[in-house]
Design a protein around this ligand. Structure first.
Ligand SMILES: [Zn+2]
Length: 163
Protein backbone atom coordinates (compact mmCIF):
# COMPACT_ATOMS: atom_id res chain seq x y z
CA UNK A 1 0.00 0.00 0.00
CA UNK A 2 2.75 2.43 0.96
CA UNK A 3 4.65 1.63 -2.22
CA UNK A 4 1.53 2.28 -4.25
CA UNK A 5 1.02 5.65 -2.61
CA UNK A 6 4.65 6.53 -3.21
CA UNK A 7 4.28 5.50 -6.87
CA UNK A 8 1.20 7.67 -7.28
CA UNK A 9 2.96 10.62 -5.69
CA UNK A 10 5.91 10.23 -8.04
CA UNK A 11 3.63 10.07 -11.06
CA UNK A 12 1.82 13.21 -9.99
CA UNK A 13 5.12 14.92 -9.31
CA UNK A 14 6.34 14.08 -12.82
CA UNK A 15 3.07 15.26 -14.36
CA UNK A 16 3.35 18.56 -12.55
CA UNK A 17 7.05 18.87 -13.27
CA UNK A 18 6.40 18.68 -17.01
CA UNK A 19 4.39 21.87 -16.81
CA UNK A 20 7.17 23.97 -15.35
CA UNK A 21 7.24 26.18 -18.43
CA UNK A 22 4.00 27.68 -17.17
CA UNK A 23 3.65 31.45 -17.32
CA UNK A 24 1.43 33.85 -15.51
CA UNK A 25 1.88 32.49 -12.00
CA UNK A 26 1.70 34.93 -9.15
CA UNK A 27 4.84 35.85 -7.29
CA UNK A 28 5.03 33.79 -4.13
CA UNK A 29 6.61 34.68 -0.87
CA UNK A 30 9.48 32.33 -0.17
CA UNK A 31 8.17 29.93 2.42
CA UNK A 32 10.25 27.51 4.38
CA UNK A 33 8.08 24.48 4.87
CA UNK A 34 10.14 21.42 5.76
CA UNK A 35 7.24 19.39 7.05
CA UNK A 36 7.07 16.80 4.33
CA UNK A 37 9.78 16.61 1.70
CA UNK A 38 7.85 14.23 -0.55
CA UNK A 39 4.57 16.12 -0.57
CA UNK A 40 3.56 17.66 -3.91
CA UNK A 41 1.51 20.40 -2.27
CA UNK A 42 4.40 21.33 0.07
CA UNK A 43 6.57 21.61 -3.05
CA UNK A 44 3.99 23.88 -4.71
CA UNK A 45 3.79 25.98 -1.53
CA UNK A 46 7.59 26.21 -1.37
CA UNK A 47 7.74 27.25 -5.04
CA UNK A 48 9.60 24.08 -6.13
CA UNK A 49 6.74 23.07 -8.46
CA UNK A 50 4.72 25.68 -10.41
CA UNK A 51 0.98 25.95 -10.06
CA UNK A 52 -1.72 28.28 -11.34
CA UNK A 53 -2.33 30.32 -8.22
CA UNK A 54 -5.42 32.41 -7.75
CA UNK A 55 -5.17 33.58 -4.14
CA UNK A 56 -2.89 33.35 -1.12
CA UNK A 57 -2.13 34.82 2.24
CA UNK A 58 0.46 33.93 4.86
CA UNK A 59 -1.32 30.70 5.88
CA UNK A 60 -3.29 29.48 2.85
CA UNK A 61 -2.84 29.00 -0.89
CA UNK A 62 -5.48 28.52 -3.58
CA UNK A 63 -4.56 27.03 -6.97
CA UNK A 64 -6.61 25.89 -9.92
CA UNK A 65 -6.84 22.09 -10.16
CA UNK A 66 -4.94 20.92 -13.28
CA UNK A 67 -7.65 18.29 -13.81
CA UNK A 68 -10.83 20.21 -13.11
CA UNK A 69 -14.34 18.83 -12.88
CA UNK A 70 -15.55 22.22 -14.09
CA UNK A 71 -13.68 25.41 -15.12
CA UNK A 72 -12.57 27.28 -12.02
CA UNK A 73 -12.27 24.11 -9.89
CA UNK A 74 -9.93 25.32 -7.14
CA UNK A 75 -7.88 23.75 -4.38
CA UNK A 76 -7.55 25.55 -1.05
CA UNK A 77 -4.69 24.27 1.10
CA UNK A 78 -3.07 25.31 4.36
CA UNK A 79 0.63 26.09 3.88
CA UNK A 80 1.47 23.96 6.89
CA UNK A 81 1.49 20.24 6.08
CA UNK A 82 -1.19 18.12 7.74
CA UNK A 83 -2.36 14.86 6.18
CA UNK A 84 -5.94 14.55 7.41
CA UNK A 85 -8.41 17.42 7.72
CA UNK A 86 -9.98 16.12 10.93
CA UNK A 87 -6.58 16.13 12.64
CA UNK A 88 -6.58 19.95 12.43
CA UNK A 89 -7.16 21.85 15.65
CA UNK A 90 -10.63 23.40 16.03
CA UNK A 91 -9.09 26.79 15.39
CA UNK A 92 -7.27 25.72 12.21
CA UNK A 93 -10.29 23.77 10.94
CA UNK A 94 -12.62 26.76 11.47
CA UNK A 95 -10.17 29.11 9.84
CA UNK A 96 -9.79 26.78 6.83
CA UNK A 97 -13.56 26.60 6.34
CA UNK A 98 -13.97 30.36 6.71
CA UNK A 99 -11.25 30.77 4.08
CA UNK A 100 -13.17 28.30 1.86
CA UNK A 101 -16.22 30.53 2.26
CA UNK A 102 -14.22 33.59 1.23
CA UNK A 103 -12.84 31.84 -1.89
CA UNK A 104 -16.28 30.42 -2.79
CA UNK A 105 -17.67 33.98 -2.79
CA UNK A 106 -14.88 35.09 -5.12
CA UNK A 107 -15.52 32.15 -7.50
CA UNK A 108 -19.27 32.86 -7.45
CA UNK A 109 -18.77 36.54 -8.21
CA UNK A 110 -16.17 36.07 -10.96
CA UNK A 111 -17.44 32.94 -12.74
CA UNK A 112 -21.16 33.22 -11.99
CA UNK A 113 -22.05 29.54 -11.35
CA UNK A 114 -25.35 28.74 -9.59
CA UNK A 115 -23.42 27.42 -6.57
CA UNK A 116 -19.92 26.53 -5.46
CA UNK A 117 -19.61 22.92 -4.23
CA UNK A 118 -17.18 21.63 -1.62
CA UNK A 119 -15.40 18.26 -1.55
CA UNK A 120 -12.73 17.00 0.84
CA UNK A 121 -11.30 13.49 0.48
CA UNK A 122 -7.50 13.60 0.39
CA UNK A 123 -6.76 10.26 -1.29
CA UNK A 124 -4.89 11.86 -4.21
CA UNK A 125 -2.48 14.04 -2.23
CA UNK A 126 -2.25 13.50 1.56
CA UNK A 127 -1.99 17.23 2.40
CA UNK A 128 -5.22 18.87 3.56
CA UNK A 129 -7.04 20.51 0.65
CA UNK A 130 -10.58 21.62 -0.01
CA UNK A 131 -11.95 21.30 -3.55
CA UNK A 132 -14.12 24.30 -4.42
CA UNK A 133 -16.04 23.67 -7.62
CA UNK A 134 -18.26 26.12 -9.52
CA UNK A 135 -21.46 24.20 -10.30
CA UNK A 136 -24.68 24.60 -12.20
CA UNK A 137 -26.09 21.14 -11.32
CA UNK A 138 -25.62 18.82 -8.33
CA UNK A 139 -24.50 15.84 -10.41
CA UNK A 140 -21.47 17.81 -11.64
CA UNK A 141 -19.79 17.41 -8.26
CA UNK A 142 -18.07 14.12 -9.04
CA UNK A 143 -14.26 13.86 -8.97
CA UNK A 144 -14.45 11.09 -11.61
CA UNK A 145 -15.45 13.81 -14.08
CA UNK A 146 -12.02 15.46 -13.72
CA UNK A 147 -10.22 16.03 -17.02
CA UNK A 148 -6.77 17.57 -17.62
CA UNK A 149 -6.87 21.17 -18.80
CA UNK A 150 -4.04 22.85 -20.71
CA UNK A 151 -2.04 25.59 -19.00
CA UNK A 152 -3.13 28.34 -21.39
CA UNK A 153 -6.77 27.71 -20.56
CA UNK A 154 -6.05 27.46 -16.83
CA UNK A 155 -4.19 30.79 -16.92
CA UNK A 156 -7.09 32.42 -18.75
CA UNK A 157 -9.53 31.28 -16.04
CA UNK A 158 -7.07 32.33 -13.32
CA UNK A 159 -6.88 35.85 -14.77
CA UNK A 160 -10.67 36.07 -14.80
CA UNK A 161 -10.77 35.09 -11.10
CA UNK A 162 -7.89 37.32 -9.99
CA UNK A 163 -8.71 40.50 -11.94
ZN1 LIG B 1 2.36 18.81 2.29
Amino acid sequence: MLNRIKFLEERQFLALFETRGIRGILATDVMTNKNNENCIFCKIINGEIPAVKIWENEKYLVTLDRSPIKPGHSLLMPKKHTDYIFDLSNKDYSELMLTAKKIAKILKAKLNPKRVGVVVEGFGVPHVHVHLVPLNKGNELNLERARDMDTEKLNKIARKIRD
